[in-house]
Design a protein around this ligand. Structure first.
Ligand SMILES: O=c1[nH]c(=O)c2nc[nH]c2[nH]1
Ligand SMILES: [Zn+2]
Length: 436
């Protein structure tokens, strides 16, 4: 089945930090996106492609806005949806006081499904079409999440949390049960439709060496699954890791010793990484999820994007709900820009939108599958409306070029500007779309 969309179009072909800017993206003022059976068939100038279409093919015209690939959220916790905006703590106290008690509810499959439904609708409203998602320690939490994501035909990655120490008994598994539950979930869900599994040790403090080693074993036995965890988010956390693992050479080394680094390994935060750790992430092709809204909310610190780029580490954006305070990738770009300003570093609008799309796909080792409009990619895309709010409308009238328009979208944009979200070429009904 052919679907055709017409309008202004942008997607990235390379990292603007690594090639000449003009080579990093394709921008077409009046473009056509042709989709066949849910996959990108062709993009190009409308004037060139329209005459080639078969008679009678409907062309859906999106005007006064921008079509681009759906956003990719490389780190988020669906069970923390309802505890967003919990006041006053930094990471370790926030986990004890709010997060752990809250995650207890996810032993209940039906509760998990209800929250997964709401969470995924929020993501789609925000224009996010793929995410790497934490469950809780309960296998039911992942069962619930994948059930709903499958119904919505989404490309989603999720995993059961592994934690067997320094956590309440009611949230604790063991190295062995964590291994067995994860293995069963991999067998049932990994590569089912568009779903993929991530082995998910919460972070070093809540995992024994035995558990981390079991995670490494499981990863070696299932090389196509992901590894998803946290690293170097908060200075007290880092000091605690060095007490807990006195034989390690540092935080990253704890994971490295258990063979957890690699092309499909995603480490959230990395706010306080040493150069040698960044170098090791780069040489193992591991990725970092940059989560600015969370890092500011928990007072964790200012991520050093330049350091990651220097060592060729793949970086994607993460909202990190519920330490992050927004589902919106546009708002997350805003926070990312300001984070870099506080480091006296410039984060260009092109770089921002690259990180939110193709950069995220690369961080998840999914280039060619999602993240741009390359032929054969899954046609998950969005339409951003330049005039959805009066303020954006006024500001846009003064924008002279694409760079300014992108910057305006990233500073003033949020869910209100995501006019349409498409999954495999089909528009999905989001909550925002219903009310406008
Ligand atoms: O932002 C975070 N959210 C969490 O749930 C978490 N667990 C460990 N480290 C964490 N950091
Ligand atoms: Zn997190």
């Amino acid at each position: 089945m052919i679907k055709v969309y017409r309008g202004e179009l942008l997607h990235f072909l390379a990292d603007p930090a690594k090639v000449a800017l003009q080579e990093s993206y394709q921008h077409i003022e009046d473009g056509l996106l042709i989709i066949k059976d849910g996959l990108v068939e062709q993009v190009g100038e409308a004037s060139e492609l329209l005459p080639l279409l078969d008679d009678g093919i409907e062309v859906i015209h999106y005007e006064n806005g921008l079509m681009m690939p759906g956003f990719i959220d490389t780190h988020v916790h669906y069970p923390q949806t309802e505890m967003i905006a919990s006041y006053g703590e930094q990471l370790l106290e926030w986990l004890q006081n709010y997060t752990f008690p809250f995650e207890r509810q996810f032993s209940d499959l039906e509760h998990g499904k209800k929250i997964a439904e709401f969470f995924l609708t929020q993501l789609l409203d925000a224009g996010t079409t793929t995410a790497l998602v934490f469950g809780t320690v309960h296998k039911e939490s992942v069962e619930a999440f994948f059930t709903i994501a499958q119904q919505k035909k989404l490309r989603m990655i999720c995993g059961k949390v592994l934690m067997d120490q320094n956590c309440p008994d009611y949230l604790s598994d063991t190295a062995q049960t964590g291994y067995e539950d994860s293995k069963a979930l991999i067998e049932k869900w990994h590569k089912t439709d568009r779903l993929q599994y991530a082995i998910t040790p919460r972070f070093a403090p809540t995992c024994s060496t035995e558990q981390l080693n079991k995670a490494g074993q499981l990863l070696a036995e299932n090389p196509s699954v992901y590894l998803h965890t946290h690293i170097s988010e908060n200075t007290n956390e880092i000091a605690w890791v060095s007490e807990l693992f006195p034989d390690s050479k540092g935080y990253l080394d704890v994971y490295d010793q258990s063979n957890l680094l690699g092309r499909r390994s995603v480490f959230a935060h990395g706010v306080h990484l040493h150069d040698h750790e960044c170098k090791r992430l780069g040489e193992t092709e591991s990725s970092i999820a940059f989560c600015p809204s969370s890092n500011l909310f928990l007072g964790s610190g200012l991520f050093n994007l330049k350091q990651a780029q220097k060592y060729d580490v793949n970086v994607g954006y993460g909202t990190d709900i519920g330490a992050g305070t927004t589902f919106s990738m546009l708002s997350t770009l805003n926070e990312g820009y300001k984070t870099q300003q506080l480091r006296a570093e410039k984060l260009s609008p092109f770089q921002s939108f690259y990180l939110a799309t193709l950069g995220g796909a690369r961080a998840l080792d999914l280039e060619g599958t999602i993240g741009n409009f390359t032929k054969g990619a899954e046609a998950d895309f969005i339409f951003l409306d330049y005039h959805a709010t009066p303020l954006m409308d006024r500001r846009m009238h003064h924008c002279k070029d694409l760079s300014e328009k992108l910057f305006t979208l990233s500073m003033l944009g949020d869910e209100r500007h995501v006019k349409a979200t498409h999954i495999m070429g089909e528009r999905v009904q989001t909550a925002i779309a219903v009310t406008t």
